[in-house]
Design a protein around this ligand. Structure first.
Ligand code: FAD
Length: 330
């Protein structure tokens, strides 16, 4: 049996998605602990040119499944090819990004190969004793973190949200094996026809990729409170984001929400402005490198995860900070 850790490499228009590189980084760590190899599985049409980059980013082996029918993601052909490869090669672990494609593909593959799937994991570790994969995710509305194992079936499958794991630094001296497989696909495997792809016009903001995030909560008092956060973001070259409370209040678009039901972020600096620090919010930002919290309540839970805490009125502290930054620049 081949075993090993597999990472599904999601490509769109031939571009490898960031979440897949993050999972390669995590897959590398897990494989090193298990003393096994990391395999990157990429499906598509004319995607072979991506193989070398995947090796530089942590893969020991790249399986390329190319077919014109795999050019654009479709549930059935992707599920068929991936399930058959898993059944043939028996990986121990399979990691998939919890993107819209991954969320569609992973449960189908897991059902077809008759194993379990832990969705939306926030942490993946190896049990020292049993060598099982410990898959941790928020449960019961985020009130507890549940660690799930899959002891009786293989592979152990997990999806992980974008931004949770960290990419390995690219190492161009890494060597690996590239294996091409010919998928057994015919038009009978296609149960839908894609007539047209209409791309969303709106330029989606990627708060997951910002180095600095200025996040606002209900403590701002009103939607206009975000104006000074935007000014601070401009000063620091960052983006604004927020808690679910401000999204629900209509002060901020859902694309900017941080937390369990929003985005997971890990910027270099995260400002939590008038945010209480509910567990569901903290789950999405606690891995930030440096956290600055501003809250008028010294008992606010956000201070438990903050590196620097300012007890004060956010609507006074932020303008004062902007002034100070401007003075430093002059
Ligand atoms: P509040 O909890 O109301 O906190 C406001 C804070 O501002 C307080 O700490 C207060 O002391 C402070 N404050 C008030 N006035 C000022 C001032 N003038 N200056 C400084 N500080 C001030 N939440 C998320 O954020 N993201 C999620 O993804 C998410 N997912 C959820 C999923 C589920 C299943 C559930 C049940 C909840 C989820 N929540 C999520 C909601 C979460 O539980 C909290 O309700 C929410 O995070 C609270 O937002 P907040 O901190 O902005 O508001």
């Amino acid at each position: 049996m081949d075993k090993g850790v597999w990472v599904f490499i999601e490509q769109r228009d031939g571009e490898v998605q960031k979440v897949s590189l993050e999972l390669l980084g995590k897959g590398r760590q897990l494989a090193d602990q298990l003393e096994t190899k990391v395999t990157a599985l990429i499906m598509g049409d004319n995607v072979a040119s991506k193989a070398q980059e995947l090796i530089y980013c942590g893969a020991d082996e790249v399986i390329i499944a190319e077919d014109p029918l795999l050019k654009i993601y479709m549930t059935e052909p992707y599920t068929k090819v991936m399930s058959e490869l898993i059944e043939e090669k028996n990986p121990d672990i399979v990691l998939i990004g919890a993107s819209s494609i991954g969320r569609d593909l992973a449960p189908r593959v897991s059902a077809r190969v008759y194993t379990g799937l832990t969705a939306d994991c926030t942490s993946l570790e190896i049990d020292e004793e049993t060598k099982s994969l410990l898959m941790t995710r928020p449960a019961f509305g985020g009130n507890i973190m549940a660690t799930i194992i899959c002891p009786d079936h293989r592979p152990q499958m997990s999806t992980v949200r974008p931004g949770v794991m960290v990419e390995m630094e690219m190492d161009t001296t890494r060597k690996g094996e590239i294996v091409k497989v010919k998928p057994k696909l015919s038009n009978d495997d296609i149960n839908i026809e894609i007539l047209e792809i209409v791309k969303e016009k709106k330029q989606k903001v990627k708060i997951e990729e910002a180095g600095v995030l200025i996040s606002g909560g209900r403590g701002l008092g009103k939607a206009e409170g975000f104006e000074s956060l935007k000014l601070l973001a401009t000063e620091l070259g960052g983006l604004v984001s927020g808690s679910r409370a401000v999204v629900d209040a209509g002060w901020l678009d859902r694309d900017y929400q941080v937390g369990q039901t929003g985005k997971t972020v890990r910027p270099e600096v995260y400002f939590a402005c008038g945010i209480s620090g509910a567990i569901q919010h903290v789950a999405g930002m606690e891995e930030s490198e440096f956290i600055i919290a501003i809250n008028k309540n010294p008992e606010a839970p956000i201070f438990e995860v903050a590196d620097v805490g300012v007890v004060g009125d956010v609507n006074k502290v932020i303008p004062a900070l902007i002034e100070e930054l401007k003075t430093l620049k002059d």
